[in-house]
Each structure stands twice: as structure tokens, then as C-alpha cells.
Design a protein around this ligand. Structure first.
Ligand code: F6P
Length: 360
């Protein structure tokens, strides 16, 4: 009997998605006798609207190193899943019907936090779902690492490295804004890898005066330049007391688009140092996966194929203490893994003299 496997990629793309797709497919063809893989187009959007393609074995060749996703992706907010909008479409009903129409035995869902909430919802609705942990933010609960994180870390580190030389030549303060709205893992790791002097994370609201003092301290010790790695979701201590919406409005009212712009202006005023902001942005999600991510994605893909063979559903693949394993979707959906102020890596950075702008 043919086993029909549906696959979709949802949310922000990242390097490693195709490597996972390939890992699942190759292992599935290897482990099971008769397999058909259905690629659902543009994530949950394709599942809602019944857009898919029957994949050929050859579709999975030559994609290990390819960035992005061959299936396409889209953002379909979890909050809207049970809401019937102007189009009058009952999204959950459609997804269940299309799953049946495609005669799927299971559905593999590659995504981050929001994606996993919808995956849990579909499992609750009776679909055979397996999740795969993707995000450059590395903030999915229950796994030590997500695929995409290491590739993005390499890109962000490379950006900091390049900024280092120009910052040193000009004696400037350079703020490098790194992706991560709610969690600062990428900024923390790339900041350490790139030798940033100050690292600012959403989880540790900073005091702008302490940041300015850290810059001055470096200048007084003869270091004319400073590198500040700023997570896009970082905030000062005043802003931390506000709701996200109000925080963004307050910044806009002051004439700033981002936290980096606001802080750069403050530092320039306070220290007299020439300051620049650099935003690598979506470059961090582009290009080929790192060697580490290729291996991790392959491990995750193979594990998912084994779960299909064992008919183990309602779970998501995870890495814990170097071992690939699984979590129940119900145990992880809706939770995030944030940087704790006493994380060992924070202590490592502090021991190297890095300021987080929170303590003088
Ligand atoms: O979730 C990954 C991520 O890259 C975040 O770090 C970032 O805040 C967000 O996606 C950007 O989303 P978009 O591509 O929709 O602008």
C-alpha cells in the first residue's frame, strides 16, 4: 500500500529547509517500499486552498545546498486560523478536507513557533502531523537547536567581522542590527563569535547611559571604535515597560524607525563618537546552509522518516544533549525558548568584558 506523505514549509524561510525536505524524502524512499510525496505549495496557504504537487524522486536531488524552500512558504498567523474572514473561508475545515482529498497518511510541517501552534491544532483535529524545528531565531521550545540558526549565525558573524575593520579604520561606533524580535540567541552567538563589545538582547532591557558609558570606557582605554550587536527586538528599560505597539509608536513619534537608530543617536549625543547603523536583514536568511545545518537537517529529516514508518504522530523532532529525539506538539506549542539572564553564554560574554547595557 502506498504511503502518502504531505510536506509543507511555513513561516520565514531559512537555509536548511531544502536539506530537511531532501533528508525526509531520501530516507522515506529508502525505509519504506512504496512512498508518494506531496509537496504543498506556500505553507498553510496551499493546504487551505488545495494547492499542491505530486513530487518525483528526482525533485529531491541537488537541493542539499540550496537556500530557501522548493515548496515556497507564507506567513499564516495562528491567531487567524479559526477566524473566518471576508473571504468566508473556514481555514481549519479546508485544511482537513484537503488533507483527505490528497489522501495523505501524514503531514510533515517544517516551521517555527507560530507554525508549530497550527501544527498542534491540526493534530488535535485528528490529522497525522509531524513537526520539524526551523528558525534562525533558535527560540523553539524543547530543542537545543533549530535548523537555520547556525547558517544565520555565520552570516551575522561575517557581517560583524566586516564591520570591525571599517569601524577600526574610522574610529566609529557601529551598531549591527541582528534578526530576532523576541529572542536574542542569534545576536548573542553572533555577537560573541564576532567579538562585539556590547550585546543588546530583547530579554535583557538595557540602560542607554550604561551603553554610552561602556563606549566611553573603551575610548578612554585607547580603543577608538566599538561594535554593538543589537537584536532587532532589543529595547531600553523604559520601553520594556510598554506594550510592543506603544513602544513602536513612541519610537516613530521620536523620529526613529528602529531601536538601533534610536540608540545610535543617543550614543552620538552622549559620547561625541561618530556612529553608524548596519542592518544585514534578510541576508541572514539567504544562501546555502552551513555544513552544520546540512548535517542537522539531514539528521532531522531521517528521524522524521523513521517516525512516519513507526506511525508516530502528534510530535515534533528535536535535539536534546546531542541526541535527536521528539516532543509532543501539545507539550511545546505556544511556548518559547528565550535567553535567560543567567544563561551560561551570558556569563561567558560578561567574563570577556562584554557589556549587555544592563549593569554598570
Ligand atoms: O522568524 C525569523 C525572522 O527572520 C525573525 O528573526 C524576524 O524578526 C522575522 O522573521 C522577519 O520576518 P519577515 O521575513 O516576515 O519580515
Amino acid at each position: 500500500m502506498t504511503i502518502r506523505i504531505g510536506m509543507l514549509t511555513s513561516g520565514g524561510d531559512c537555509p536548511g529547509l531544502n536539506a530537511v525536505i531532501r533528508g525526509v524524502a531520501k530516507a522515506a524512499y529508502e525505509l519504506m517500499d512504496d512512498v508518494e510525496i506531496i509537496g504543498i505549495i506556500d505553507g498553510y496557504r496551499g493546504l487551505i486552498h488545495g494547492e499542491y504537487k505530486v513530487m518525483k524522486q528526482s525533485d529531491f536531488s541537488g537541493i542539499l545546498t540550496l537556500g530557501g524552500t522548493i515548496l515556497g512558504t507564507s506567513r499564516q498567523p495562528f491567531k487567524q486560523m479559526r477566524v473566518i474572514g471576508e473571504d468566508n473561508i473556514d481555514k481549519v475545515k479546508n485544511m482537513k478536507e484537503n488533507y483527505k482529498k490528497m489522501k495523505l497518511d501524514c503531514l510533515l510541517i517544517l516551521g517555527g513557533n507560530g507554525t508549530h501552534k497550527t501544527a498542534a491544532l491540526l493534530a488535535e483535529e485528528g490529522l497525522n502531523v509531524i513537526g520539524l524545528p526551523k528558525t534562525i531565531d533558535n527560540d523553539l521550545y524543547g530543542t537545543d537547536v533549530t535548523f537555520g540558526f547556525h547558517s544565520a549565525m555565520n552570516i551575522a558573524t561575517d557581517a560583524i567581522d566586516k564591520i570591525h575593520t571599517t569601524a577600526a579604520s574610522h574610529g566609529r561606533v557601529m551598531l549591527v542590527e541582528i534578526m530576532g524580535n523576541k529572542s536574542g540567541w542569534l545576536t548573542l552567538y553572533a555577537g560573541i563569535a564576532g567579538g562585539a563589545d556590547i550585546i543588546l538582547l530583547p530579554e535583557l532591557p538595557f540602560d542607554s547611559d550604561i551603553v554610552a558609558k561602556a563606549v566611553n570606557k573603551r575610548a578612554e582605554s585607547g580603543k577608538a571604535f566599538s561594535i554593538i550587536a543589537v537584536a532587532e527586538g532589543a529595547m531600553d528599560q523604559k520601553e520594556a515597560k510598554m506594550k510592543r505597539k506603544d513602544r513602536i509608536k513612541a519610537r516613530t513619534d521620536q523620529g526613529f524607525r528602529t531601536i538601533s537608530d534610536k540608540l545610535a543617536s543617543y550614543i552620538e549625543q552622549k559620547t561625541g563618537c561618530e556612529t553608524r547603523v548596519v542592518v544585514p536583514g534578510h541576508l541572514q536568511r539567504g544562501g546555502a546552509p552551513s555544513a552544520y545545518d546540512r548535517v542537522l537537517s539531514t539528521q532531522f529529516g531521517v528521524y522524521a522518516a523513521k517516525l512516519i514508518k513507526e506511525r508516530k504522530f502528534g510530535v515534533t523532532v528535536a535535539m536534546k544533549n546531542g541526541i535527536v529525539t521528539q516532543n509532543y506538539l501539545t507539550d511545546i506549542a505556544g511556548k518559547s525558548k528565550l535567553v535567560s539572564p543567567d544563561d551560561q553564554m551570558i556569563e561567558v560574554a560578561r567574563s570577556m568584558g562584554v557589556s549587555f547595557g544592563d549593569k554598570a
